[in-house]
Design a protein around this ligand. Sequence first.
Ligand code: BGC
Ligand code: BGC
Length: 600
Amino acid sequence: MRDARQEAVVDAWLARLSLRQKIGQMTMAERGSVTPEDVKRNALGAVLSGGGSHPGGNAPADWVRMNDAFWQAAVGDEDSLGIPILFGCDAVHGNNNVAGATILPHNIGLGAAGNVELVAEAAGVTAREMLASGLDWNFAPVLAVVQDCRWGRTYESYGNDPRRAGRFGRRYVEALQGEDIVACVKHWVGDGGTGHGIDQGETTLSWEELEATHVAPYYPAFEAGVMTVMVSFNSWNGEKCHGSRFLVTDVLKGRLGFKGLVVSDWDGIDFLHEEYATAVRLSVNAGLDMFMVPERWREFIDTLEAEVHGGGVSPARIDDAVRRILRTKLRSGVFDRPRPARRPGVEVACTGCDAHREVARRAVRRSLVLLKNAGNLLPLDPASRILVAGKSAHDLGHQCGGWTLSWQGEKGNDTIAGTTVWQGIHALAPHARLSEDGGDADPDRDDVAVVVVGETAYAEGFGDIRSGDEMLVEAGSAVDGLMNPLEPYARSQVLAEVHPEDVACIRRIAARGVPVVAVLISGRPLVVEEEMAASTAFVAAWLPGSEGLGVGEVLLGREDFAGRLPLPWPSAAGNVPRFPAGFGLDYGFDNAVAMAYKRK
Ligand code: BGC
Ligand code: BGC
């Protein structure tokens, strides 16, 4: 009944809108390249904030003011079209573009925690902080099933198990959409399966293999009613997903019966063909509905209009796209909501509140994976004299990783609100001291050292590990269209080669007779044989986010280790993993509360 009523409303709109307005609804521009006046004049359907793109001083109030102005232009003025926009962003580990937001562990850490209710809580925190900024649409969750951890987006994946991705994705969607934020599963499809883990590369698999690993996690999300799907940059057997009528129209909309809207990725259509008109035609005819054309939106509108007039794109295809966009807007409730400044979620000053940080901290505690604990060095005694060292011991930027206030992430403690690992340890162990390079380690003064090392922040292809350019040539030559490879993060998976300062720091301290607990901050497993050999205990902390206290709580035995590897850990030799997926040690506490103050 509700569906029938909504379809009737959509029909009425389709009868009223001009071709130009319909194409406007299919267009999503980036906030930095578009004004409210542009939205009104061009009937734009959506606006997004790219990674790190923010209004004014980046407080929630600045976001609400911005969204209010866009809302006003779309529906509030006398000469407005009357169709609200959807404002979208990538809140992939909390509402991570906004200053002061709670930053949760990246998905790889939630995969290690292995707890689906924690995912729901994380989605709830994200949704409520988004509502407080007047946002509508989250380009999350990522359902990528990572196959090669050299991929720069490994940390955006819950791991290598399609069933886990499906279970977690479903709960994320339910929790997010339950709070009135539109979810977007991405990236359709095969993003985690590219050869050599090259971002935006080529996934070479039979349909059966693609289905079993990369399509499978989408089924539970569809059952949960996810409203939008983002198409992937990668190609499948040579064909770019953005131009694949088979994957988008035949499979997604046909066989799987998806009724919501399909959105392109950032400039994703540009790589289909050198000629823009051809690229536009191919992608619209493949079945994409909304187009993320951040800066090029005017050209997109003109080009698509000319394609329809020239017969390259049928009016029926345009109507299908607009029907799905309007249906999504009706179902999402944006039509019924007041202006962002008057929405209920806005009054709640929840951005970075204690309750949200508590959820994030719990997620940190459960995500940590203990890989080595010789002589039961851990848990540490809170009364002991702990030397805290390493380049990431006191660095929120490193700890949060990419997609945190900026696309590529931050360095240092000036922009992100939170607690570093050092601060977390110090809060629980008052005799701890910080000495970043550990040069003054002294067994008479220091009982034990915690050395926090690993990767600095990166996102997408800038995080790839690529040992040779021949890989790129090989991948590129298999692809129909243009490749867009970014400068990789590293040429090796061996941490000691990429960041020699880390093993140097561990060795410097260990050589003076102070036993070392190494804590690895990284978006993925790395080859850490040397670091592991030089330290007595070793913990994989992934990208824990803003709540470093969670790391301290587990190191100091307030809670047991619960994390298990969400994907295999590579060895120096390659073939055989160093640790299999599912591996993880613990203290063997029977009851975390009873053991809270266990002494060694
Ligand atoms: C990423 C997407 C993201 C989009 C918008 C793209 O580069 O691949 O995951 O949603 O940018 O920021
Ligand atoms: C944006 C990201 C986007 C990327 C794609 C960046 O400038 O901030 O959101 O994913 O470009 O190239």
